[in-house]
Design a protein around this ligand. Structure first.
Ligand SMILES: [Zn+2]
Length: 286
């Protein structure tokens, strides 16, 4: 039943339509029970998807329970020497749109593998499992995990994610977030010089679903057409390397309807990947 539920929700994210049913599906997935949101309700149906490898990373205690970070791996067609992509969501536990979008994107690429032709995709839909359960930005240990990177943090989530960032050698990193102070979509770019050429079309496509934030200042940073070229210290980022990956943090307006945030994030991810494939194949043919 749960599998059918999430696939229905994902289908609706792919094929937008109207009606309360889709909203109630997301509400069902995110419903708090005994004050907590269910991790299993989101993760379990994804584990049954054909061609998807699921691994539960780590295993750290919080009170009487143990938690891990789920990682889903999917290989696209023609990917013997793949473009390696990491997609990270819900490192802020009160931003569930990213987790839902990661789930929806995973269902889409299972049904339409050509979307990730040449790619090897690692999806981390819930990077802050205790915060996701509690519906809090911080982890249950009171940490804003997206300020703990590159600081020799001993937070278990950070140790797991830093290990992934060190060992997976990503060509591209996409983080999914929601901002409750923004009325529109925007994003941060860093890393590879072509990164802004990926975010710009992603904002344009997602901008057909939700408005873009075109303010000159967003979240305290100078911005141009919804793109910020600087960022916070300590955010999830690739290790220093000579050939840096593209790194995009994509933000939806937190107060927008959940189904539209999910759709916008999925469209943004799809656009980033297709543009990257197009740009590097163009460069290879020069
Ligand atoms: Zn966030």
């Amino acid at each position: 039943m749960q599998s059918a539920l999430i696939l229905r929700a994902c289908d609706q994210a792919i094929f937008p339509d109207t009606g309360a049913r889709k909203v109630s599906n997301f509400e069902t997935q995110l419903k708090l029970e005994n004050g907590r949101r269910s991790l299993d309700r989101l993760v379990d149906p994804l584990r049954d998807l054909a061609g998807v490898q699921c691994e539960l990373l780590g295993g750290f205690p919080s009170g009487p329970q143990r938690y891990s970070l789920p990682r889903f791996t999917v290989r696209g067609p023609n990917s013997s020497d793949p473009i390696r992509i990491g997609i990270f969501a819900a490192i802020h536990g009160d931003e569930p749109a990213g987790a839902l979008a990661a789930a929806a994107f995973l269902s889409q690429i299972v049904q339409s593998p050509e979307v990730i032709e040449n790619f090897l995709v690692h999806l981390y839909p819930i990077c802050n499992p205790t915060g996701f359960e509690d519906n809090t930005r911080h982890s249950r240990r009171g940490k804003d995990l997206n300020r703990e990177f590159c600081k020799s943090s001993v937070e278990p989530e950070i140790e797991i994610l830093e290990h992934e960032l060190r060992t997976q050698h990503f060509h591209g990193i996409i983080q999914l977030h929601a901002d409750d102070t923004s009325d529109g979509l925007y994003g941060f770019v860093r890393g590879h010089t072509l990164t802004e050429n990926l975010l710009r079309p992603a904002l344009a496509e997602a901008g057909k679903i939700l408005p873009r934030n075109v303010n000159a200042t967003i979240d305290g940073f100078a911005a141009r057409d919804g793109i910020i070229y600087s960022g916070y210290e300590g955010i999830l980022a690739a290790p220093m390397q000579s050939d840096p990956p593209f790194e995009i943090v994509f933000e939806t307006p937190h107060h927008a309807p959940m189904d539209l945030q999910v759709q916008a994030l999925v469209v943004a991810v799809r656009t980033i990947l297709s543009e990257y494939r197009r740009l590097i194949s163009f460069a290879a043919n020069i």
